[in-house]
Design a protein around this ligand. Structure first.
Ligand SMILES: NC(=O)c1ccc[n+]([C@@H]2O[C@H](COP(=O)([O-])OP(=O)(O)OC[C@H]3O[C@@H](n4cnc5c(N)ncnc54)[C@H](OP(=O)(O)O)[C@@H]3O)[C@@H](O)[C@H]2O)c1
Length: 247
């Protein structure tokens, strides 16, 4: 059981969980295809992976644009001959109370955290259906399992993708297309995610929590590696990843 030679597309690969997963998977012989908006970060990551003997390619990708996802999947096919896994990981978390009415941020979360995942699903579904195998991994959140004040819209997007992954799993079993789905529910992981918060109260509370209990994103990367490495007839489909110290 190994990720070796699997072709894995990762969105949100320019920092945090995506970057850590790209490095770990590539170090175990996977061929990783990296998407995000910040090109310099992607270039540097591809260089770092190649320097360690790994295989990686990148394409500047905005997950809100369906054509960008299609092009990223096409890159996997032209560069590495196919696609086995998509890791829908790009996301933002500008939390705030609903009463603050930060409607632009609500819309941005729906565009990136929910429609961005749908765009990734749409980009791989024809290939996965045709080849009768594939894996869709999506980063939900503990805010996709239970409600938190301040996470009304963020949590709504994360509950939504949880439902989506489970329904794809069920429909694939019915349609006998062998598509595995995996939802990740991380808690406090130290990444750049808190930079997306503009509400002062939310930012202060989150910073305090993450400074006191946050763990590094390679904790999530190890789980991704484990899920991909399972045999084709085994779908380990949900993981909650808490810092041991977080209540
Ligand atoms: N950190 C946590 O505690 C935690 C907990 C639960 C769930 N999560 C989830 O984990 C995922 C990864 O976040 P992270 O914690 O690793 O934070 P991060 O370091 O801020 O990474 C977020 C990634 O998403 C990318 N991204 C944002 N908007 C994008 C867009 N429109 N198109 C393409 N890429 C976009 C960013 O790249 P560019 O800016 O370069 O595009 C970046 O690579 C998110 O879905 C987040 O909701 C994180």
């Amino acid at each position: 059981m190994s990720v070796e030679n699997k072709v894995i597309v990762i969105t949100g690969a320019s920092s945090g969980i995506g970057e850590a997963s790209a490095k770990l998977l590539a170090s175990h012989g996977a061929k990783v295809v990296l998407g995000a908006r910040r090109e310099s970060r992607l270039q540097e990551l591809v260089r770092a992976i190649a320097a360690q003997g790994g295989q990686a390619a990148y394409r500047v990708t905005d997950v809100t644009n369906p054509a960008d996802l299609t092009a990223l999947v096409d890159l996997a096919k032209t560069k590495f001959g196919g696609i086995d896994v998509i890791f829908n990981n790009a996301g933002i978390m500008p939390t705030s109370p609903i009463s603050a009415l930060k409607t632009d941020e609500w819309n941005a979360m729906i565009e990136i955290n929910l429609k961005g995942v749908l765009n990734g699903v749409a980009a791989v579904m024809p290939e996965f259906t045709k080849q009768k195998h594939g894996q869709i991994i999506t980063t939900s959140s503990v805010a996709g399992l239970k409600s938190f004040a301040g996470s009304g819209v963020y949590g709504a997007t994360k509950f939504a993708v949880r439902n989506l992954m489970e329904v794809i799993r069920m429909e694939s079993a019915q349609e006998q297309t062998n598509i595995r789905t995996t939802s990740l529910y991380p808690a406090a992981i130290n990444t750049e995610l808190l930079h997306t918060i503009t509400d002062a109260g939310s930012k202060q509370g989150m910073n305090k929590l993450y400074e006191s209990v946050g763990i590094t994103p390679d904790a999530v990367a190890r789980v991704v590696d484990f899920a991909v490495a399972q045999p084709a007839d085994v779908n380990v489909n949900e993981f909650t990843i808490y810092p041991t110290k977080q209540g």
